[in-house]
Design a protein around this ligand. Structure first.
Ligand SMILES: Nc1ncnc2c1ncn2[C@@H]1O[C@H](COP(=O)(O)OP(=O)(O)O)[C@@H](O)[C@H]1O
Ligand SMILES: [Mg+2]
Length: 408
């Protein structure tokens, strides 16, 4: 596994918030204090992850006895981590989450939570909080009664229940809404109550399956930040599912990109965007120009790729072999206009088809190397105004900005 980028500043901040949290949040819960106390360690010692908080080992799942919808999943999640499973619909995210929650049994493999096998532990004994897309609140109960429910089930005392409700309503900023019923709240507020209900019993782990899917864009973006901040403040471990890449990039410590029941890449957001390991990830995360070609020569970490018998491109050799087809992946913002002669290894002519003004940046569609949907993104600064549809200009890019991937 790749080394986890260790951000000392962030870890320090987190540790401070955890210390606060032990006093304020987990006064009675050993699970909460334990989970919080070790967060910093979990983060620092991620790579080997002997102390993984959640561990999927060789997990497989089939519903019909034929098709594996989850294939040999090995995944370690650190204590205090915010891990997102991101992938298209049907890629196995919900199934994976349901196996962790205990609502689906793996066909093969095993699961550890906090060092203990949970293979034979029923869902309600796993100490896991869950938030779904539809808020699943009891409509006939007030917000406070909804929140008290998981605590009454756990037989907590009245005073303790009241204190926890007050605390958790403050966390989700709904202090004034305790007496309302769900029907008297907006969608965003209902989802915050659902979040509060998942947090109130100090779970070891919180699972969220597309929890913001029903909200409009503005509210969704606001809630993304709120959930991220709550995670940072409480230090609870979160496993989050979404098909929305910008949501995953905004919120996560690490993202597991799913496709066809398998993790394609597991990495921090910047790593996924900058260094996609295969064509699926390059295509799924962010925008990306794809040039189809054939590897004609390998040269250590780089290779030479021939495009449609015409141009040769120097690229990073990621998962290619000499003589085999490849897809070159190049981010639109890495393309340079009118490069100085000799400054870049890859220089081509671009026939400008369309220039779209987007305020902070300009988007250009051009024909490059025989491909007419090539996209260039330029920050809106001097010089951009000179690019006009119909013109032919020189463009170029660096070898390290162009990745030769599998020809998917
Ligand atoms: N209860 C079920 N019975 C049969 N097939 C299912 C069931 N749940 C999910 N599947 C199938 O398993 C695959 C993965 O589904 P799911 O885990 O829901 O994916 P995702 O959450 O990524 O959209 C899909 O092909 C889906 O049709
Ligand atoms: Mg799903």
């Amino acid at each position: 596994m790749r080394a986890y980028p260790y951000d000392l500043d962030r870890a320090r901040k987190k540790l401070q918030s955890i210390k606060r949290n032990i006093v304020v949040w987990s006064s009675t819960s050993a699970a909460g204090a334990g989970a919080s106390g070790c967060t910093g360690e979990g983060r620092g010692s991620m790579p080997g992850m002997d102390n993984a908080f959640v561990k999927f080992s060789g997990v497989q799942k089939t519903y019909d006895g034929e098709t594996l919808v989850v294939k040999n999943l090995n995944l370690d999640i650190a204590r205090g981590e915010f891990l997102t499973m991101l992938g298209p619909s049907g890629s196995g995210k919900t199934t994976t989450l349901m196996m962790l929650a205990g609502f689906e049994a793996p066909t093969h493999g095993s699961l550890l939570l906090d060092g203990h096998s949970i293979d034979n532990v029923p869902p309600h004994k796993r100490d896991i909080g869950m938030v779904f897309q539809n808020y699943a609140l009891f409509p006939h109960m007030t917000v406070e009664e909804n929140l008290a429910f998981p605590l009454k089930v756990r037989k907590l005392g009245k005073l303790e229940i009241e204190a926890r409700i007050k605390r958790v309503l403050d966390v989700v900023r709904l202090g004034a809404y305790g007496k309302r019923r769900p029907g008297q709240l907006s969608g965003g507020q209902q989802q915050r109550v659902a979040l509060a209900r998942a947090l109130i019993f100090d779970p070891k782990l919180v699972l969220m399956d597309e929890p913001l899917g029903a909200l409009d864009k503005q509210l969704r973006e606001q809630m993304q930040l709120e959930i991220k901040h709550i995670h940072e403040d409480l230090g609870v471990t979160v496993v989050y599912v979404t098909h929305d890449q910008s949501e995953a990039l905004t919120m996560s410590d690490r993202i597991a990109v799913f496709n066809e029941g398998a993790i394609q890449q597991l990495a921090a957001p910047a790593e996924l965007y900058e260094r996609p390991r295969n064509a699926f990830v390059a295509q799924f995360i962010g925008e990306n120009n794809r040039l189809h070609g054939k590897v004609v020569a390998m040269n250590g970490a780089t290779c030479k790729v021939e495009i449609a018998g015409a141009a040769n491109v120097q690229a990073l050799a990621i998962n290619v072999e000499a003589g085999r087809p490849t897809v070159l992946s190049l981010r639109p913002e890495r393309v340079r206009l009118n490069p100085m002669p000799g400054s870049l290894p890859n220089v081509f002519s671009a026939q400008i088809a369309e220039v779209i003004y987007l305020g902070d940046h300009v988007r250009i569609r051009a024909s490059v190397c025989g491909q007419d949907d090539f996209v260039i993104k330029l920050p809106n600064s001097e010089g951009v105004a000179q690019v006009e549809p119909g013109a032919a200009i020189a463009i170029g890019w660096k070898t390290e900005d162009c990745r030769a991937l599998d020809a998917q």
